[in-house]
Design a protein around this ligand. Structure first.
Ligand SMILES: Cc1cc2nc3c(=O)[nH]c(=O)nc-3n(C[C@H](O)[C@H](O)[C@H](O)COP(=O)(O)OP(=O)(O)OC[C@H]3O[C@@H](n4cnc5c(N)ncnc54)[C@H](O)[C@@H]3O)c2cc1C
Ligand code: FES
Length: 275
């Protein structure tokens, strides 16, 4: 867990393996010096010594605390440095922060998991929890979209996930060459005519803000109520503890009350989708 003396002092971790997921996304498998228990959806601040820190939600199972996976899109200063790390390099870890996904509220429900791009990373941690206790859920339907076939993360897991009883998995890409035999179109297109009893369902969504917005509009359009939708609000964050005031929507601090927020709580505040 986080350093109880000082929440700003990172614990140490060593990069044990680097997995290249796509041309712009890598998964770092990090072994912390001290085990850090976390709940699916809670996030940590990863520090690159001498460079800075950035928030990431572990993409690994909370049931495997000795080795944490972070699946990271190379988008700027810190993420670029993280992409340049190799086996044996050190990182700092602060956290976990936030509440994590409301797993208990998903029990007995038709769970709809919608991911866009690297947004499948935080969701993978939740999926591992759902798969471990799959009998507790009516069904888990995963809808995943990325820009192109090369941009899909965790491709090697798709077949295994699809084969689990009570799980159905659909993938789409915005565009592809003739070699792609799957769905094309943005992720909202695979939400049309979904075979789900919506009144009995909870949706959990993670992806870029523009995708969160259009998926939310689509879910409302097909009959979900705001209370049935949870959004991962991966805004810029700093302290992670509700102190710096960088991450609020209305009275809610996304670092402390989220980052996964029930849409009913936030929908009436300005800039929910950052625009
Ligand atoms: C709770 C939480 C969980 C996250 N989990 C993941 C994850 O699992 N995998 C992952 O790849 N990313 C994740 N992110 C986003 C990640 O933190 C940012 O991409 C990272 O902070 C960018 O840092 P940088 O120094 O490389 O970019 P900078 O050099 O600071 O910025 C580069 C570009 O990225 C944009 N940017 C910076 N921060 C964010 C942000 N939080 N969201 C969207 N755009 C941003 C900037 O506007 C700019 O355009 C998460 C963010 C939060 C808040
Ligand atoms: S990141 Fe500081 S208040 Fe949320």
């Amino acid at each position: 867990m986080s350093n109880s003396q000082n929440p700003y002092a990172p614990l140490n971790g060593i990069v044990e393996q680097v997995i290249v997921e796509t041309p712009t996304i890598k998964t770092l498998m990090v072994r912390p010096d001290t085990q850090i228990p976390f709940r699916a959806g809670q996030f940590m601040q990863l520090t690159v010594p001498g460079v800075g820190e950035a928030p990431f939600t572990p993409s690994s199972s909370p049931n495997r605390v000795e080795l944490l996976d972070f699946t990271i899109l190379d988008t700027g200063t810190v993420t670029h440095k993280l992409h340049n790390l190799n086996k044996g390099d050190r990182v700092g870890l602060r956290g976990p922060f936030g509440k994590g996904y409301p797993v208990d509220k998903l029990k007995g429900k038709e769970v709809l998991v919608v991911g866009g791009g690297v947004g499948l990373a935080p969701l993978r941690s939740l999926l591992y929890v759902l798969f471990d206790e799959i009998a507790q859920f009516k069904r888990v339907s995963i809808k995943y979209g990325a820009r192109s076939p090369q941009d899909l993360v965790y491709k090697n897991s798709f077949e295994k996930w699809s084969s689990i009883d009570n799980v159905d998995f659909t993938v789409t890409v915005d565009g592809a060459g003739p070699e792609w035999k799957g769905n094309t179109g943005v992720v909202t297109t695979i939400l049309d005519n979904i075979d789900i009893k919506i009144s009995d369902s909870i949706a959990v969504v993670c992806g870029p803000e523009i995708m969160l917005k259009f998926v939310t509009l689509k879910l409302i359009d097909i009959g979900y109520k705001a209370e049935q939708i949870y959004l991962s609000m991966n805004r810029r964050m700093s302290c992670g503890t509700g102190k710096c005031g960088r991450c609020n929507i209305g009275p809610y601090y996304l670092c402390k009350d989220g980052p996964d927020m029930n849409y009913a709580l936030i929908k009436d505040y300005p800039n929910v989708f950052g625009m």
